[in-house]
Ligand binder design. Sequence first.
Ligand code: PA5
Length: 466
Amino acid sequence: MPRENNRDAGLLKISYGMAAGGGASGVTARALEECGELLARGDDHLRKSAAEGRDGVGWINLPGKDVADVEEAGKWISGFGAMVQAGIGGSALGNLMLHGALLPPYWNELPREKRGGPRFYMADNVDPADNRMIWNLIDPADTVFTVISKSGSTAETMANFLFFWDRLKVELGPEKAAERVVVVTDEKTGVLRPFADEIGCRRLVLPADVGGRFSVLSPVGLLSAAALGIDIKKLLGGAAEMDGILASKKTVTDNPAWLMAALSVAHYRQGRNMTVLMPYEDALERFCEWFAQLWGESLGKNGMGSTPVRALGAIDQHSQIQLYTEGPDDKFFTVMTVAEPAEEITIPETEEGALASLSYLFGQSMNSLRRYEALSTAAAIGKSGKPVVTMELPVLDERQLGGLIQFYEYFTALAGWALDVNPFDQPGVERGKNYTYGLMGRENYSDQALEVTDLAEKLSMREVSV
Ligand code: PA5
């Protein structure tokens, strides 16, 4: 069962420091205000571009889209024992983020009656061991296979899908195999749409104006969410609510997206070229992975961009905090918490004398311990003079997460505007894809293969074997 919704709570609380002397770790109120003026123009441009259906900006409109077809397909998949998805990057990370945040942990290990939806397996990396294991764990006749690719051609996704498609045809025959496949892709590009026509399988369309890493609230992310029992309308409702708030607030201190974009950019300009996201909530661990792609691919171009760093409290408190507090001042931190987590445990008391010194824990809430750890981490980072923002979600449910997704996408796009880069393209990713096509012998990509070989020589890549 997905977690309960709380309809009355707010969406998000952000705290950031402006020291009495006028600066927080080097960023002054004035610098924020100035960035606000730039962001006002960026915001205007974004909204106009979305209204005109410009390439890459369609994600702003996703919360208002009709999702009846996704719900219908999700309902159909929910009756199966397992769902396997082939996809990578923006065609995988959003799914894992939604499941991680909104489904109980260890989903696949729960008995069917406690899940109410299929087990889920993501085939994103190209690893034969993973694919074989997935195949061994499922009953092909009781499994739906989704293949998701915006471009309809990514080598990793296609290789993984070809493996499952081949096995499935051998096991069930081509007709029954096709009945278990769902394709999600762009209407025009790549081989997947004609493939879907050829085998007559189900298909859903990824809007042309939505890019991969901004596609989680399209059929890309919503299909598996719906199949696994997540209320996708509430998710979109939360995103729409956040979007309404962002559209109505017009100052850098009022509008949370302007604020986060301004803080991120101002600190980046001061040499803080890493952005650390550290939730104290295991359910948000995958949110960091999703954010890392969104931030890294959107902003890393023309020599600009801050490197996203995924951290998880309290684990990284015992791993990275030494570096974060006493290392170089090159990072901007966000510590994220959930005020009312889904579960609570009261730490039990025990009578053994050897454990008497632990009495400070007896009877305390495990969530309080986690909250105090988050507070301690933010305080320790602040004390060391490094910039830290704290974000608190009242609860973590569909509405809050939908709002958080829209908020993160929005301020990432605004940060792109402020850095004067196009947040909606990814030429570096495409280059890598094209090199791979060339090296794998794909037709019309021989120039790319030659370029890689040539580069390897020019860069004098040396080898050492031991
Ligand atoms: O954001 C992007 O465009 C990329 O990272 C893609 O998500 C990733 O390369 C997968 O591409 P596709 O969905 O076309 O298979």
